[in-house]
Design a binder for this molecule. Sequence first.
Ligand code: HDL
Ligand code: ZN
Length: 419
Amino acid sequence: MVPPADPRRDQLALAIQKIVDQTPILDIHTHLYDPAFGPLLLWGIDDLLVYHYLVAEAFRYLDLPYDAFWRLTKEQQADRVWQVLFTQRSPLSEAARGVITTLHRLGLDPRQRDLPALRRWFADWKPEDYVTRCLDLARVRAVCMTNSPFDDLERPTWERGFNRDPRFLTALRIDPLLVGWPDASRQLATAGYLTSSDLTQASFDGSQRFLHDWSQRIGARYVMVSLPPSFAYPDPSVTSQLIEKVVLPFCRESGLPFALMLGVKRAVNPALALAGDGVGRSDLTALQNLCAAHPDVRFLATVLSRENQQELCVIARKFRNLHVFGCWWFTNIPGIIEDMTRTRLELLGLGFTPQHSDARVLDQVIYKWDHSRRIVAKVLTEKYLDLADAGWWPTHQEIQRDVLALFGGAFETFCGPSR
Ligand code: HDL
Ligand code: ZN
C-alpha cells in the first residue's frame, strides 16, 4: 500500500536525519588508545592505509610475497596500498571508501592523489590536538579501549600510571586467559597469581584475583573475550571451565558485564598477520545457556556471522541479561548494517546498541560513524514513518530520547553505574 502524501512525513524524515547526525556517541568497542600510550595510538594517512582490512584487500592485487610486503616500511606499505586500491582502481570497498570519507571530512582533497602532500598535512598535527579534532568531527563523546594486561607494550604504561583522558574508557580484554591458558597461566605465575598451570581451585582463585586487580587498575567498564565458532557452554573445554570457574564468579562479584564476541576463526591465513582472521557460524546455544544459567550476570554480545544475527536477537528477547551490540568486523558493511539494524529494531525495539566502530586508527572514527549514522538514520526513518502511518507521530523529543539510547545510553543503563 503506498503511504498517503503528507508533508509531515518529509518533515519527520528531516528531523530524524538531523537528530541522528548530531547526537553524540559513546563508541563501546575500539582498539584506540589514550594519547598517554604514545605510539600505540595509531593515526594519520599511513596508519589509515595499512589498516589490516585494506592490507587484505591490497594483497589480492600485489605481486609481492607476503614476507616481502611485511619487510617494507609503513610508508612503503602505504604507497603500495594506495597504488593498487586507490590509483589503479576506484576505492569502492567499505574500508577504502572510509579513507576517502575521512580525508574529505578533514578538509583534504583525496583526488590530489598526492600522498607526500597528505603526509605533510598530517605531520603538522600534535597527537593530543588531533584526538580532539577527530572525536569532535565524529561527534564521539567517549570511546572504550581494548585493554590487555597480556600486552607487553600496553602493560608498562598502566603499571607506571598516567593522567587519564576521560574520553578514553577501558575494557579488560582476556582472550589469552581463556584461549591461551598455557602461556597465560605462566604469565600469571610469574606475576605471583598462580603456583601452577593446573586447573585447580587455587588456579581459579588466583585468576580471579588477577581479573580483580587489573579491572580495578584500569577502571574497566566490562570484561571482553572473542571466541571461535566452536565455542560451547557448558563444556569440558579449558575455555568453558575458566568462564565457569573464574570469569562468571568475578563478574558476579564485581558487577561488571561479560562481553562475548563470537564467531572469529583466528589466523585462517597466518601470512596475513592481523588481516588473516576469518569468520564462522557459531552455535549460539552456548550464549543462550550462559544467559539462562546466570541470570545475575550481564552479558554483552556481538556475533561475526551474518547467519547468526536474527538468532542473536531472539536470544536477547528471551534473556534480559543480554545486550546486543554492534555490526562487528565483516558485518560492518552497509548492506549488512542496514539488514541487522532493521531486524534488531523490529525484534528488540530500542534495547540494543546498533554499532561500535572497532576503530584501530583514530581518524577512522570519522568515517565509521559517518557511514553508520547514515544507515541508522535510513532505517530509523523507515520505522518511525511506519509508526506514523499507524497513527503514532513521534515528537522530536521522543526521537532524541530514542537515539541517545541507541548511541550509548541503553548500554550505560544496561551496564549500570561505572564502579
Ligand atoms: O577481536 C576483535 O576485537 C576484533 O575486532 C579484531 O581486533 C579485528 O582485528 C578487528 O579489528 N576487527 O574490526
Ligand atoms: Zn575489536
